[in-house]
Design a protein around this ligand. Structure first.
Ligand code: BES
Ligand code: ZN
Length: 453
């Protein structure tokens, strides 16, 4: 559609304006920016021609909702995106400042460029274009945008559970995932879930001199390390009793399809990861380890003395931030209990340890043969000129499991990020050709989805 070509530069300017808002959901000091980002999205949805657009304030960060339901007999698609972003730190590693979008080569650099503001704008601009040219859409659309995705906020769960009737749809459409490789249009049909929490260890009632007391009193930092090493062995196998019982192995056909994906493990190690070697559970391919096996990772450890020079102290407490990615059919509540039990068992004498859950989301799988998924594969192939591949992702998009559970609909996940887009890292970027092709692919999808009855 020539509309899309003619309006490219305006689309880009609007995306840049969106990226200038530092809508970091994790920090309270950005609550004004969160509101501005929600307003920005509402304005965009109105401009696209959606009706009943509203910013819904309540507990937590505002939701934005809009709809266009004037295609009787046609499928209802529930579009979803998030306007919040990850914190930009470490700032000194950004080549251009995170909230001053800059184009270098064919990439647009800014926090949120690919995750998820750029991809959210793909959805909005596709609707805008079709609406502007035809005055209507070929399908019915509901559009829900949230601002707590990156911080694991759980207010959306209450909303989806309580408004399930008002969100009724045949499928969700989400652009918040990645392409497997440049030029390879990708549908994501599986996401991991997550448990995220703090492990808090307490020893003595206060810090103690390590010479005067050392040898006779518990050290919570050591205890923390001991607990962590009990939960996962040196080969990367989780040692939490019962934890893996519900893990559903991928079907042989799915594994075979993964092995045909163009994946160069060496390039992955040397150019993407840049460590000495890859690690993880023996006996599973790398993609299986990333997509179909649960994890346990430590994100940070706090406690004791970390300043310059030396201080001989035995700290009174230590805290580790932990997460565990979950795969189908693990249940977050059950896993949290099993993890707590394992922590209790692994706690050495002299200290107390408690696991404080911060947020949880269930894993999800989508049936790739669903007609509304197949329609997406055709739209992607037409616009990108290559057949779409089906992948899973190790990341989590909590809303997908909420749509599974409360709306009982599949999520069609067309991803337009690239593996080198630096999601959650310094110098996040969006490959601009994907921005424009993404818009055309989603627009084409509307027509193909309209034919699904
Ligand atoms: N868009 C990502 C998830 C993602 C990334 C899916 C790459 C597929 C490929 C999402 O915004 C994200 O990062 N989610 C968090 C969720 C968590 C905080 C509950 C995640 O996965 O860490
Ligand atoms: Zn995202």
């Amino acid at each position: 559609m020539s509309y899309f070509r003619e309006h490219r530069s305006r689309f880009l300017e609007e995306l840049k304006a969106f990226l200038r808002i530092p809508s970091i959901s994790a920090s309270a000091e950005h609550s004004r920016d969160i509101e501005r980002a929600a307003e920005f999205v509402a304005t965009e949805l109105r401009q696209a021609g959606l009706k009943a657009v509203q910013v819904i304030s309540g507990p937590g960060h505002p939701l934005v909702y809009g709809e266009w339901l004037e295609a009787p007999g046609k499928p209802v698609l529930l579009f979803y995106g998030h306007y919040d972003v990850q914190p930009p730190e470490p700032l000194e590693e950004w080549i251009s400042p995170p909230f001053e979008p800059e184009i270098r080569g064919e990439n647009l650099y800014a926090r949120g460029a690919a995750d998820d503001k750029g991809l959210l704008m793909i959805l909005i601009k596709a609707l805008e274009g079709v609406m502007a040219v035809r005055g209507r859409l070929p399908v019915n659309v509901r559009f829900l945008v949230e601002g707590e995705e990156e911080s694991g906020g759980e207010h959306l769960a209450e909303f989806v559970a309580s408004q399930a009737d008002g969100l009724k749809a045949h499928a969700a459409v989400i652009c918040d995932t990645e392409m497997f490789a440049p030029e390879l249009p990708t549908l994501c049909v599986g996401l991991r879930g997550i448990l995220y929490g703090e492990l808090r260890v307490q020893g003595a009632a206060q810090d103690l001199h390590s010479g005067v007391y050392g040898g006779a009193v518990p050290n919570p930092l050591m205890a923390l390390a001991e607990i962590l090493c009990e939960l996962k062995d040196r080969d990367g196998r989780l040692q939490i009793p019962g934890y893996l019982d519900r893990v559903r192995p991928p079907a042989p056909e799915e594994l075979a399809a993964w092995s045909r994906l163009p994946f160069d493990e060496r390039r992955y190690l040397e150019q993407e990861v840049r460590a000495k070697e890859l690690t993880g559970e023996p006996g599973y391919s790398l993609l299986e380890r990333l997509w179909a096996r649960p994890t346990l990772e430590v994100h940070g450890i706090r406690g004791g003395f970390t300043g310059e020079g030396a201080k001989t102290v035995i700290p009174a407490k230590a805290v580790a931030k932990l997460s565990s990615r979950l795969v189908a059919d693990q249940d977050p509540q059950e896993c949290a209990q099993l993890l707590e039990q394992a922590i209790r068992k692994a706690t050495p004498r002299g200290v107390t340890a408690e696991f404080h859950l911060l947020h949880a989301a269930a894993p999800s799988l989508t049936d790739p043969s669903h007609p509304l998924v197949q329609a997406a594969a055709r739209a992607l192939e037409e616009v990108f000129g290559n057949p779409a591949v089906y992948v899973r992702s190790g990341g989590s998009i909590p809303v997908v499991s909420l749509f599974d559970r409360y709306l009982r609909i599949p999520s069609v996940m067309m991803g337009f990020g690239l593996p080198d887009d630096n999601l959650h890292a310094p110098n996040e970027k969006l490959y601009l050709p994907n921005f424009y092709r993404g818009i055309e692919a989603v627009a084409r999808y509307l027509d193909l989805a309209a034919e699904v009855v």
